[in-house]
Design a binder for this molecule. Structure first.
Ligand SMILES: NC(=O)c1ccc[n+]([C@@H]2O[C@H](COP(=O)([O-])OP(=O)(O)OC[C@H]3O[C@@H](n4cnc5c(N)ncnc54)[C@H](O)[C@@H]3O)[C@@H](O)[C@H]2O)c1
Length: 334
């Protein structure tokens, strides 16, 4: 395989995870780590044996870089993607794709105009047990899913690995439906298909001193298939909970993200419990997304998670904001 040279934009938590996997892929070369924080750029460069810089423009100006991985704070994804594509670089952008559907569209338009590939890092769908569950439903054995409920409720950011000033403001983070729960929205779409309507209630009950957006969100989704979905997300739990239920015409499945265990039954068969230790053999999700993006760039094929997927997920978060604010059901596409 030809060599593919990568520039990393932002060397925080996720940037380092992406770099760690990128350097394990045959043919991938991490050429340069960039961050406005010179210490972080330098530390990542020394860990991954690359050059470093503190200006995205400097990275874009390098002829030897084929594509950039964008792991910057959410509010920067749109402008950095547009600038990268104008410089002729392929883009793998972290979720959430952006903080509005309009910004997602601008990213799609910019990459299309430049003839570069755009993939969104919706990695949850590649991680066990989600990838296993997705395969089970795609096999048809469970029949048609008609109802799905996911709860992902955790605590706040304070003092944790992910605490950063940009995560504490709606304007720069978006809130739970854009930040954490973009993963669950994406997974619900993987199982249930596209969303046709959204109704939501949101509120900040216990986190007013910590951030300026909702800490609790209840989102109902009507799917194009006629199926129903409910997502409970946010940061207001003293005891975190992360699990889901899927009801289908030939089966029922429950999963716990905490234990990675899946329980399911198919009509006419015995119920099964599959512990996480038996859900094995999958490539690390982050490695798979970087590899598939790189292969799409090298082979000039459509990336498996293109901008349209990220846009659909952001549109649901935006519709939930509108629904909660205006007290109405929002029909999609907006
Ligand atoms: N896929 C996942 O599971 C997952 C997990 C964590 C984070 N993320 C996503 O990754 C992104 C980054 O999150 P994080 O936890 O790494 O954040 P972080 O705060 O740890 O890192 C952000 C980095 O961006 C740098 N930065 C700020 N402005 C910049 C600019 N203009 N240009 C370049 N760099 C700049 C900061 O100096 C910092 O090093 C977010 O979009 C987040 O949603 C995804």
């Amino acid at each position: 395989m030809s060599e593919f040279s990568i520039g990393l934009i932002s060397c925080g938590n996720m940037g380092k995870s992406l770099a760690q996997q990128a350097v394990t892929i045959d043919g991938a070369r991490l050429a340069c780590c960039c961050d406005i924080d010179a210490d972080k750029a330098q530390a990542a460069a020394s860990q991954f044996e690359s050059d470093f810089c503190t200006s995205n423009d400097e990275l874009f100006a390098r002829d030897d870089i084929d594509g950039v991985i964008i792991a910057a704070p959410n509010f920067l994804h749109k402008d950095i993607t547009v600038a990268a594509s104008q410089a002729g670089k392929h883009v793998l952008c972290e979720k959430p794709m952006a903080l509005s559907k309009a910004d997602c569209q601008a990213m799609i338009d910019a990459t299309n105009a430049a003839g570069v590939k755009l993939m969104i890092g919706q990695v949850l769908r590649y991680n066990p047990p989600y990838v296993w569950i997705d395969e089970l439903f795609k096999s048809g054995e469970m029949g048609e899913p008609f109802s799905m409920q996911v709860t992902r409720q955790g605590g706040g950011w304070t003092g944790g690995t992910y605490d950063a000033p940009w995560r504490r403001k709606k304007e720069t983070c978006g809130g739970p439906l854009y930040e954490i729960n973009q993963h669950e929205i994406d997974f619900m779409r993987c199982i249930m298909g596209n969303v046709a309507s959204v109704a939501a209630l949101t509120g900040n009950f216990v986190s007013q001193d910590e951030f300026d957006y909702e800490d609790t969100a209840t989102v109902l989704m009507g799917f194009e298939s006629g199926g129903q979905g409910c997502l409970l997300g946010g940061h207001s739990a003293l005891l975190g909970r992360y699990d889901g239920k899927i009801y289908a015409t030939k089966g029922t499945l429950y999963f716990s993200a905490a234990t990675g265990q899946v329980e399911y039954v198919i009509k006419g068969q015995e119920a099964k419990t599959v512990p996480n230790s038996e859900i094995t053999g999958y490539e690390a999700g982050v490695r798979r997304e970087v590899r598939e993006w790189m292969e799409a760039c090298l082979n000039n094929t459509e990336p498996p998670i293109p901008g349209e997927e990220g846009r659909a997920n952001v549109e649901i978060a935006e519709a939930a904001d509108i629904s909660a604010r205006e007290g109405r059901i929002v029909q999609l596409p907006m």
